[in-house]
Design a binder for this molecule. Structure first.
Ligand code: 13P
Ligand code: SF4
Length: 314
C-alpha cells in the first residue's frame, strides 16, 4: 500500500478529520476487525445496520461490512454517497444465487412466494417478494399466509432452521456461508467436554448437526444479547469471532470460546471477505470518496419493494 499513507495515531486522526469534513457516518458490522468496530459510529447486525442506513442524515455512508450490506444502504439511500473500504468484500451466499438463476427457479414455481435472506445482491433482491435477516426471519416467514408455498434463498442452513422453527415447508436454495459451514463439530464437542457448564451459542447459518448442539441460536446481535442476559459464565461461540470483541467489551468478566473451523493447516474461522477491510482502506475511501456503490434505478426500485415489506414488519 502507498508508503505515504499515515499510520498509527496519525491514521486515526486523519480518519476522524475526514469523517467530519465529509459529514460521513461509519457503519460497522460485528465481524469487522476490533479496531474498525471501535471507530464505527454505529455497530450492529444486518437488520440494525440497514435501519441505521435508512435513518441517517449524513451525506456519506461508509459501510464497513460486505458488499450486499452496502448495496442495501444504497437501495435505501439513492441520493447519498455509499462507500465501501474494499469492493471485493463479497459473500459466498450472495455469490451462490445469481438473479437470473433465482428468476428461472421462480418461473418454475409461479404460485410460490420468494423469501430471500438479505445476504444476496440487489438484483437478486429485485426478484424476491420479501427479504429477511437472521434476526427477523421467523417473523417474516410467519407473515406469509398459511398454505402459501415458499421458496427460500440463498442459505439452505438458515432455511432448514426456519422450517424447523416455523413448521412451514419451504423449497430451499442450496447456498451456504463458507465461514459457518466449516465450523468443526468435532472441535465443538471437544470444547463441550472440557467446559461442561458452558452455553453453546450459534448463528443459524451453521450446519444442522452443529445447531443441534446449541443452547441458543440467533443473529449476531441476539447472540450478543444472550451472553449479557443468560446468567451463564462461559460461552462456546459458533459464529465469526469478531462478535467476541463486543461481548468482551460489554461483559469482560465472562469467558468466550470461539469454535475453530476445519480449514486445512489453519483453523481460522474469520470471514475472509469481512476482514478485507482495513483502517487504511477506510482512510482512502473517505479521502477519495471511492469505491462507491452504484446501481441502476430500475434494479434499485425493484429491490426496494421486498426490502420495505420486511421493514414494515418492524
Ligand atoms: P447478522 O445479520 O446476524 O449480523 O448476520 C450477517 C452475516 O453475514 C452472518 O454471516
Ligand atoms: Fe457472507 Fe458468511 Fe462472510 Fe457472513 S460470514 S458475510 S454469510 S461469507
Amino acid at each position: 500500500m502507498n508508503a505515504t499513507l499515515p499510520t498509527g495515531d496519525e491514521l486515526l486522526d486523519a480518519i476522524e478529520r475526514l469523517r467530519k469534513e465529509r459529514n460521513a457516518v461509519i457503519l460497522g458490522h460485528y465481524y469487522q476487525d476490533p479496531e474498525i468496530q471501535d471507530l464505527s459510529d454505529f455497530i450492529g447486525d444486518s437488520l440494525q445496520l440497514a435501519k441505521a442506513a435508512r435513518d441517517t442524515d449524513a451525506d456519506v455512508i461508509l459501510f464497513c461490512g460486505v458488499h450486499f450490506m452496502a448495496e442495501t444502504a444504497k437501495i435505501l439511500n439513492p441520493d447519498r454517497i455509499v462507500l465501501v473500504p474494499d469492493m471485493d468484500a463479497g459473500c459466498s451466499l450472495a455469490d451462490a444465487c445469481p438473479a437470473e438463476e433465482l428468476a428461472a427457479w421462480k418461473a418454475e414455481h409461479p404460485d410460490h412466494v420468494v423469501v430471500s435472506y438479505i445476504n444476496c445482491t440487489a438484483a437478486t433482491k429485485a426478484q424476491s417478494d420479501i427479504i429477511c435477516t437472521s434476526s427477523n426471519a421467523v417473523r417474516v416467514v410467519q407473515s406469509i399466509p398459511e398454505g402459501t408455498p415458499i421458496l427460500f434463498a440463498p442459505d439452505r442452513n438458515l432455511g432448514a432452521y426456519l422450517v424447523r422453527q416455523t413448521g412451514r415447508p419451504m423449497d430451499l436454495w442450496q447456498g451456504t456461508c463458507i465461514v459457518h459451514e466449516t465450523f468443526s463439530e468435532r472441535a465443538l464437542l471437544d470444547l463441550m467436554v472440557r467446559h461442561p457448564d458452558a452455553k453453546v451459542i450459534a448463528h443459524p447459518e451453521c450446519e444442522p448437526p452443529l445447531l443441534a448442539h446449541a443452547d441458543f441460536v440467533g443473529s449476531t446481535s441476539a447472540l450478543l444479547n444472550y451472553t449479557q442476559t443468560s446468567g451463564a459464565q462461559t460461552f462456546i461461540v459458533a459464529t465469526e469471532p469478531g462478535i467476541i470483541h463486543q461481548m468482551t467489551k460489554a461483559r469482560p468478566d465472562l469467558t468466550y470460546l470461539p469454535v475453530p473451523g476445519t480449514g486445512e493447516g489453519c483453523n481460522c474461522n474469520e470471514c475472509p471477505f469481512m476482514r478485507l477491510n482495513t483502517l487504511q482502506k477506510i482512510y482512502l475511501a473517505l479521502r477519495d470518496l471511492a469505491p462507491r456503490i452504484e446501481m441502476d434505478e430500475a434494479t434499485r426500485q425493484a429491490a426496494l419493494v421486498p426490502l420495505e415489506r420486511m421493514m414494515a414488519l418492524g
